[in-house]
Design a protein around this ligand. Structure first.
Ligand code: ADP
Length: 348
């Protein structure tokens, strides 16, 4: 947009100055102007054209900034979530249950989740699998309280999650989303999510997430600044290392509910499976939810829910699901098994 405005501005400037030069030139040819007059006119034209260009540029900036500021003000005017009102969470986490939940994103018409009922229990490993776009992440956003169900409700230990103090509720959940962020703070602060941190626990969490060898090579250990954004001796980590840091962040939080929402999507299926299995061992006795569009990553889970176009169409463990030859799981499993085989052959 800015480019087209700039083109328009220079077009108008060239056109106006051309027109005026032509006028002055013709008048001079006809002997109506003296040399002194021409110099004076040319000076005025130049000044006028540069003034006009500057004016048009300022107008373009104003228009562009107005749009950007619009987003900023919309954001600033969003109502703040009240973090402190509601019931405190004092009991241990037992169950989170979706009761006939349907959902559409604010300002949209189509339902992304439809009549979803599912229970997640403490001490159990659950998986949600399904094609991209089937609504898995949306379900997790609702579970985290980032959005509210359009219809139906979500309960924790039998009470609607909206009745609880949101600050307390968030403390129960450690989630690693696909689009996790690494911040321009120290490694320790990135893992702890706080400037006050337990360095030993940071180190342990990183080691569990498979970052130990890299950590040992870092001169300043947990005090190492990540990214070079603010400090010249900051360290840029690779995509795989960033994933490990994000997973360590979830482990450090040590919350009773842990969720992995495909933070490994950039990895190949076999590496993803390794991370999921390792993470599964680390979260023993917690409520764990694994999300993936790759069925093999979640084979080991106690309960697997299959999502398709916003609906939960099958549940069971891997053996029972794969035995149902008419089911979606069987269809996806076979399609993907073929793909893994090809991939393995390719890497050999
Ligand atoms: P999955 O995790 O299974 O890949 P998602 O829950 O991310 O699926 O997305 C389900 C559907 O919701 C997609 O069609 C996506 O385009 C839509 N969607 C996701 N986020 C938003 C949003 N913020 N606003 C509107 N639609 C969205």
């Amino acid at each position: 947009v800015q480019g087209s405005y700039a083109n328009l501005t220079s077009g108008i400037s060239v056109f106006v100055s051309g027109l005026v030069y032509l006028f002055v030139g013709l008048k001079a040819l006809a002997g109506m102007f003296s040399v002194g007059n021409i110099v004076q006119y040319v000076g005025s034209i130049n000044q006028f054209v540069s003034g006009l260009t500057e004016f048009m540029n300022q107008m373009t900036d104003l228009k562009m900034n107005r749009e950007a500021l619009g987003y900023y003000f919309d954001y600033m005017e969003m109502p703040e979530t009240n973090m402190e009102d509601g019931l405190p969470i004092t009991d241990a986490i037992g169950e989170i249950e979706f009761h006939d939940v349907s959902f559409r994103y604010p300002g949209t018409d189509s339902y992304i989740l439809q009549h979803l009922s599912v229970t997640f229990s403490a001490g159990k490993k659950a998986a949600i699998v399904g094609m991209n776009g089937s609504g898995k992440t949306t379900l997790i956003k609702l579970l985290c309280g980032l959005y509210r169900p359009t219809e139906g409700k979500i309960t924790l230990n039998g009470k609607d999650i909206q009745e609880y103090k949101y600050a307390d509720y968030l403390k129960q959940i450690a989630v690693v989303f696909q689009d996790f962020k690494i911040f321009a703070y120290t490694l320790g602060e990135n893992v702890a999510g706080n400037t006050r941190l337990d360095e030993k626990k940071v180190e342990e969490s990183l080691a569990k997430a498979g970052f130990k060898a890299r950590y040992d090579r870092l001169e300043k250990k947990a005090e190492t600044y990540l990214t070079k954004e603010y400090v010249t001796d900051g360290v840029d980590v690779s995509g795989g290392e960033a994933q490990k840091i994000a997973i360590a962040r979830a482990l450090y939080k040590d919350a009773p509910i842990v969720i992995l929402d495909e933070p490994t999507a950039a990895l190949d299926p076999i590496s993803e499976f390794d991370i999921y299995v390792r993470f599964n061992q680390m979260v023993e006795n917690k409520m764990a939810i694994f999300i993936s569009h790759r069925l093999s990553s979640c084979k080991f889970c106690d309960e697997i829910a299959v999502m398709d176009s916003g609906r939960m169409i099958q549940t069971g463990n891997h053996e029972s699901l794969v035995a149902d030859k008419k089911g979606k799981y069987y269809e996806l499993w076979n399609a993907q098994a073929q793909y893994y085989k090809e991939e393995q052959e390719c890497t050999i």
